[in-house]
Design a binder for this molecule. Structure first.
Ligand code: ZN
Length: 155
């Protein structure tokens, strides 16, 4: 194996692996912010075994990786400044981020209630807790919510 690959593998498999250095380097990169919230240890994610439905598991994984159709991600490719990547589906005049999509956008309120993804005071701790609760019912509810919300968003 090439020594450089050994070095890379060692970096990613050390217990102290953290994405924080990426966030420090790219503080406005939404992908880094989401990953920092959800992934602070390099390991296999057990949610992958909890969700039997392939489409829902894929939707959740793409959401965690910021590989989705929300404006916060697509705006980057379309040359839209970060502050202008607004949610056009509601009147809150905020960026259509993962946070807004999961916890705030009123368009998905009924879906949140249906899948028990509710919070009287949404914040980043709630976001992290919701996305990191790998109990089978909870993470399946998040996956179901995301899958149905993305379908609703496209209608
Ligand atoms: Zn919205």
């Amino acid at each position: 194996m090439h020594p450089e690959w050994k070095s890379i593998l060692k970096y990613f498999t050390t217990p102290t692996w953290s994405i924080c250095t990426s966030v420090e380097r790219y503080p406005h990169n939404q992908s880094c912010i989401i990953i920092e919230c959800l992934k602070n240890v390099f390991c296999y994610e057990s949610y992958l075994d909890c969700i039997n439905n392939d489409k829902r598991r894929k939707t959740l994984t793409r959401f965690r990786l910021s590989s989705h159709s929300l404006s916060i991600g697509t705006g980057r490719y379309n040359g839209i400044t970060r502050n202008e990547r607004k949610c056009v589906l509601c009147t809150q005049n905020v960026r259509e981020s993962e946070y807004h999509f999961l916890l705030c956008c009123p368009l998905y309120k009924e879906l949140r209630n249906k899948y028990n993804i509710t919070s009287s005071w949404p914040n980043w701790n709630v976001f992290t807790k919701t996305m990191s609760d790998y109990s089978t019912p909870s993470i399946n509810n998040v996956a179901k919510f995301l899958h149905e919300a993305f379908i609703l968003r496209e209608v």
